[in-house]
Design a protein around this ligand. Sequence first.
Ligand code: 3PG
Ligand code: MG
Length: 399
Amino acid sequence: MSIRTLDDLLAEGVSGRRVLVRADLNVPLDKQTGAISDDGRIRAVLPTLGALVEAGAKVVVCSHLGRPKGAPDPQFSLGPVAGRLGELLGAPVHIATDTVGESARSTVADLADGQVALLENLRFNAGETSKDEAERGAFADQLAAFGDAYVDDAFGAVHRKHASVFDVPARLPHVAGRLVLREVEVLSKLTADPERPYVVVLGGSKVSDKLAVIEALLPTVDRLLIGGGMCFTFLKAQGLEVGTSLLEKDMVETCRNLLERADGKILLPVDVVVADAFAPDAAHDTVRVDGIPSHRLGLDVGPETVAGFSAALSQAKTIFWNGPMGVFEMAAFAAGTRGIAEAITKADAFSVVGGGDSAAAVRALGLDESSFGHISTGGGASLEYLEGKTLPGIAALEN
Ligand code: 3PG
Ligand code: MG
């Protein structure tokens, strides 16, 4: 990879220099309280930030949070993230109340060597996500003015052609941070020459989100295990009735076609947990997939499915997992995701967990993160990497 790294930048010396770091601090927030419910993405960027602080740089961090519509929106403020980042770094983080305005300018100007500033949410500015090159470029100019060098450590956002990801590195000396480097190293192992059997587990709610990666992986993998809400569209394609479960009607034909071409590589659930409603306390039972009642909806895979999937995983030498098997946030529908996660940790395989949701599931279920080979911070980004797409954030670092 012809990319310069943080170590190259540190070797040049960064003491007293302003280093603009693009991080992905897009953490999940509790809907009721607004509190950070999983700080994994903040922790993941600490090695890069810590190294820059130690080397005496003036560190200017920028990130998006959620999907505000190009204007300030208090529910997406990075304020709470600044607090948590400061706790984890063990030093105060100076938060600006805007991204490139008066507050940002004075916050950056006032930084002493080894101090850290966090700009307000990048997506409070229409230029960040604009499809118009000139509008993005104008915003990138303002951001680039805050740094003498640029570090991309926002792996979760490298698949976005956004100003802070794609246009800023064209304006400043640029390197990949520790997290981006590690993520790319790990994922390139999966695409280059995975040790076999290579087993992929996909879950999550929509087939349409995963279609491209299924197409790309089918020729490469030995087994593809499909659970989560998306399995019902596949079951329907097999001619089964799925009650009121999640169903993408316009994808049924596509799924039928994939199953035909998959040559038996695709494994689907044989039993599911069905409930009266999408609620934590809904009445529920386990049924065979050919016996889903018309008025009930599937919210998890069943124990026989977990056993079958686990058997396939126990043979694997390489595993990639993206997407929960059920509604793991509700205790009644968490057993499938937990069972699959445990089978992955028990396998004698190199395992990669891809994605915001699956990574959050690992932590929410109290599983030992160190028993996985790698837990990616990028959901969409890791999938697009495996699809073989050019990622704008990586391409920008290569130039
Ligand atoms: C993510 O959570 O997937 C990344 O932070 C990217 O966010 P986005 O999907 O809103 O661009
Ligand atoms: Mg996303």
